[in-house]
Each structure stands twice: as structure tokens, then as C-alpha cells.
Design a protein around this ligand. Structure first.
Ligand code: ZN
Length: 201
């Protein structure tokens, strides 16, 4: 992680496209909502923390963004839109959102090349995206397409009223209701306990 990163981004979703959705905290609260992806620099921090881009590539992108702030700002907005489209496509079955993601996917593939993975034990080929300010957007578009065309039957929203974090429930009994047991799980348990005590008085 870049030592200068402002946020430590959550990785609780089990899928990086959904981890991107979770860069919005308290999605369902007008007063508490926090967007931690506020700039192109934050997007680069996120990609680095998720392991989507190397620290070396991230440093290069930060330098490019400083030279081309308008392009960086455009990319940042496009990624925020993609993030909201991922949420809407997965949890609201929005066709408009899927349309946007499909356009982004087509753009990403147009900029990509298949290259042999060096030292791949299974002779795999890999989509290589080059490195421009548009690379994070292309990388995210590929992730979103993988998510949408995969099994979404385990996609869940945290049961907290305001949290809005999302995840794939891969628990053995498919009974995960909280984004994190220590965060929303614990807070809601405490709140339920207190309200029971109040009503018992
Ligand atoms: Zn939560």
C-alpha cells in the first residue's frame, strides 16, 4: 500500500467489482454517506490496495495524473459511474446500468491485447491493458463483466439499515447477513440488546 494513501479500502466482498461498490460507506443514509473514492488519486490507491496494479504502475499513473488533471478527473467520474452501475445492475437488475457496463467492457477490450503470461504454469494467456490514465477504468470494466456474467445468486447487501456494503455470501450455510461481524454485526447486536433492555423496563 502506498504510504500516502488516505484510506484503507475494505476487501470484504469476495469480489473486487463489489469491493469497488463498498468504497461508498453508509450508502443508504443521506446524512452519513461517505464516498472514499473522491479523486483519481483515490482510484489509484484503491487499485494498488486491491492488487490490480503494481506499485510501480501506480506511481506512474500518479505522475501522469498530475500532468493531465482534466483527463484524470474525467476517468475518476467515469469510474464512479461504473461503480454505481455495478450496484444497480447486481441489486436492482437495471438494464441501463448493464448497458453502461457493456459499453465500458467493449472499450476495455478494444484497448487490450492477449499476451502469454510469463512463467504461467498452465500456459495461460492474459488481457494486457498497457498503461494510460484509462487503465484503471478498463481493469474495472473487465472485473464488472466477470462479476455480471458469473453466479450472482449469492450477492447480498449488508442487513444494516444504512451500511450498504455488498458481498458474495460464500459462507457454508449461505447465512451471512453482515458485511463484517465485527462492524455492522456487532453494532446491530448491541443496539438490539439495548432496545430489548429499554422495552423490558
Ligand atoms: Zn455493514
Amino acid at each position: 500500500m502506498s504510504p500516502a494513501a488516505e484510506f484503507t479500502y475494505p476487501q470484504v466482498a469476495g469480489d473486487h467489482a463489489l469491493d469497488l461498490v463498498d468504497t461508498v460507506h453508509w450508502r443508504f443514509s443521506e446524512t452519513k454517506l461517505i464516498d472514499t473514492l473522491r479523486s483519481y488519486g483515490h482510484v489509484v490507491d484503491w487499485c494498488e490496495q486491491m492488487g490490480l496494479l503494481s506499485p510501480h504502475d501506480c506511481a506512474a499513473l500518479r505522475r501522469s495524473a498530475a500532468h493531465e488533471p482534466d483527463v484524470a478527473a474525467h476517468e475518476h467520474r467515469a469510474i464512479q459511474e461504473m461503480r454505481e452501475a455495478i450496484f444497480a445492475a447486481v441489486f436492482e437488475q437495471s438494464e441501463t446500468a448493464a448497458e453502461l457496463l457493456s459499453t465500458e467492457y467493449a472499450g476495455a477490450i478494444a484497448s487490450a491485447r492477449l499476451e502469454r503470461e510469463a512463467d504461467s504454469p498452465d500456459n495461460r494467456w492474459e488481457w494486457r491493458l498497457g498503461l494510460t490514465l484509462a487503465t484503471p477504468r478498463a481493469r474495472i470494466a473487465l472485473l464488472a463483466a466477470d462479476l455480471l456474467t458469473g453466479d450472482l445468486s449469492t450477492a447480498r447487501q449488508c442487513a444494516d439499515d444504512a451500511c450498504g456494503w455488498v458481498y458474495l455470501d460464500t459462507s457454508p450455510r449461505h447465512n451471512r447477513v453482515w458485511c463484517t461481524a465485527a462492524g455492522c454485526g456487532n453494532r446491530n447486536r448491541v443496539a438490539r440488546h439495548q432496545s430489548r433492555q429499554r422495552s423490558a423496563r
